[in-house]
Write a protein that binds this ligand. Structure first.
Ligand code: ADP
Length: 397
């Protein structure tokens, strides 16, 4: 059974081709800078154990042109994986915002598309692009089942006491201002893997997703009960380019003074803050190098980055009334040894004890890095949002 997974960003398109139930994709690819003069295309196939990488630059006007390009590559007579479009049984789409309407993966119909369109108000940069890709995929693969997997769905189990903001009711009732949370597909995936590893379905887990965007989620028996991103992806942890938690008075003051327009403030908080705000780079590897070369701003932002995570671990241990495991995942969480050490140091009160030697071993699989004993298990679990989307798509078939 062939499943194509599509993850559309505002100017990018990532895709993976799975022959389920095998978990390894036979093809992965990305098109970046869609709409610009020269889009960059990287298409990697693994056919009969032989890896082939194709890279090119060409004008890709929009996501429709991009998806047609993907189709041509997938059905290439020499290196392709399919001969015609009917061989794709289903297409799984990552959709950023499912509002409070979608709590699980959903087969796409005309009504569902209408609902995703309505929710574009909440995610104006993302949902319209997902819709465009869904419509192109429907036209391109007319026999395939189309499935939407929402970033917000996993967090629909968060109780009202945690998802409401203490602002006038009408802003909730009418304007839908509440915590939605994001990275749900990743948090769901890694906590499932962690529960299998622990051999317990009732575990209390804190899942820490540290990529370019960062968020932390409290998970009780597989259900999200609180998360650090909220109405949008700005709150919570310090990220590559986003500030994370900040007193809203700062923004009001900047606007009151007339120094900055709302658009400029949005740009500052979303694109110029976090690691980048202190060092000029949002890439953890650069920041780490700067720190090693003695940069004070790099050193400070890294301390702040770890400190913020620790604060949330404390908060979520209280929310969960105890803790069985913490999970590090995504680019930074899986690879940056020093962040994991900084987060787990001085956490004896919570029975969190890192084994430094285990922590320093680099591997691509799930692993435990806590000291032997009855303390909280510290796990590194590689995330795989595309595989999770493929699996949820398969379940719906
Ligand atoms: P996203 O999917 O949100 O774009 P990723 O999960 O790919 O993000 O993570 C990107 C982050 O991971 C970047 O900050 C990058 O520097 C960091 N990263 C990737 N590899 C390493 C590594 N070996 N050591 C430290 N950080 C890394």
């Amino acid at each position: 059974m062939n499943i194509l997974v599509i993850n559309a960003g505002s100017s990018s398109l990532k895709y993976q081709f799975f022959r389920m139930p095998s978990e390894a994709p036979l093809c992965t690819g990305i098109i970046e800078k869609i709409g610009a003069k020269n889009a960059f295309i990287k298409h990697k196939t693994l056919n009969g154990g032989i890896e082939k990488v194709l890279e090119s630059e060409e004008h890709i006007a929009d996501h429709a042109v991009g998806l047609n390009k993907v189709l041509r590559l997938l059905s290439d007579p020499a290196d392709g994986l399919i001969q015609n479009t009917d061989e794709i049984a289903a297409v799984g789409h990552r959709v950023v915002h499912g509002g409070d309407y979608f709590s699980k993966a959903t087969r796409i119909t005309a009504d569902i598309k209408e609902k995703i369109r309505e929710l574009s108000d909440l995610a104006p940069l993302h949902n319209p692009v997902s819709l465009e890709c869904i419509e192109v995929a429907e036209a391109t693969f007319p026999k395939a089942v189309q499935v939407a997997v929402f970033d917000t769905a996993f967090h629909q189990t968060i109780p009202e006491v945690a998802y409401r903001y203490a602002i006038p009711e009408k802003l909730y009732e009418k304007d839908k201002m509440r915590v939605y949370g994001f990275h749900g597909t990743s948090h769901g995936h890694v906590t499932q893997k962690a529960m299998q590893w622990l051999g317990r379905q009732d575990a209390r887990i804190i899942s820490i997703h540290l990529g370019n965007g960062c968020s932390i989620t409290a998970v009780d028996s597989g259900r999200s009960v609180d998360t650090s991103m909220g109405f949008g992806p700005l709150s919570g942890l310090i990220m590559g380019t986003r500030s994370g938690d900040i007193d809203p008075s700062v923004l009001l003051h900047l606007m009151d003074n007339g120094t900055y327009t709302p658009d400029e403030i949005s740009d500052i908080l979303n694109k110029q803050s976090g690691l980048r705000g202190f060092t000029g780079s949002n890439d953890m590897r650069d920041v780490r190098r700067m720190q090693q070369e003695g940069s004070r701003p790099a050193s400070l932002i890294l301390d702040m980055y770890a400190y913020r995570i620790k604060k949330y671990i404390g908060a979520y241990a209280a929310v969960l009334n105890g803790l069985d495991a913490i999970v590090f995942t995504a680019g930074v969480g899986e690879n940056d040894v020093a962040i994991r050490e900084a987060v787990c140091t001085g956490m004896d009160y919570l029975n969190i004890h890192l084994d430094k030697e285990k922590n320093s071993i680099r591997a691509g699989n799930i692993r435990e890095i806590s000291r032997v004993g009855d303390g909280v298990k510290i796990l590194v679990v590689p995330t795989n949002e595309e595989l999770e989307i493929a699996q949820q798509t398969l379940e719906l078939l």
